[in-house]
Design a protein. Structure first.
Length: 101
């Protein structure tokens, strides 16, 4: 009886994952502000830069994923646009018109 399965069978390359390649930069617009996030080599540190009303902002963010770094930069943009510290969206909390009984 012959076997239909060969012992030297190699699956096609498209079935074998070769590893995930993460992006090394991200650019975008948030609330009309252009921002750029770029990954340092072989680390989880990201350099960011953006400009709000002729003031340049830049620095380093620690994040594993590109989209997490971009989200943190968008949060920084919201803080730069609202220097009073109020929330960018939604009502203030706790609401000043509500009193605790």
């Amino acid at each position: 009886m012959t076997s239909f399965i060969s012992t030297s069978f190699q699956p096609p390359n498209f079935l074998m994952p070769r590893g995930i390649r993460l992006q090394t930069s991200h650019t975008g617009f948030h609330r009309g502000i252009f921002y750029c996030v770029k990954r340092d080599e072989n680390s989880d540190r990201w350099q960011y830069s953006f400009s709000v009303s002729e003031q340049d902002w830049g620095g380093i963010i620690n994040a594993r994923l590109e989209l997490l770094a971009a989200r943190r930069v968008r949060t920084l943009i919201d803080k730069a646009l609202n220097p009073g510290g109020e929330a960018a969206s939604g009502p203030e909390w706790p609401r000043p018109d509500l009193k605790r009984k």
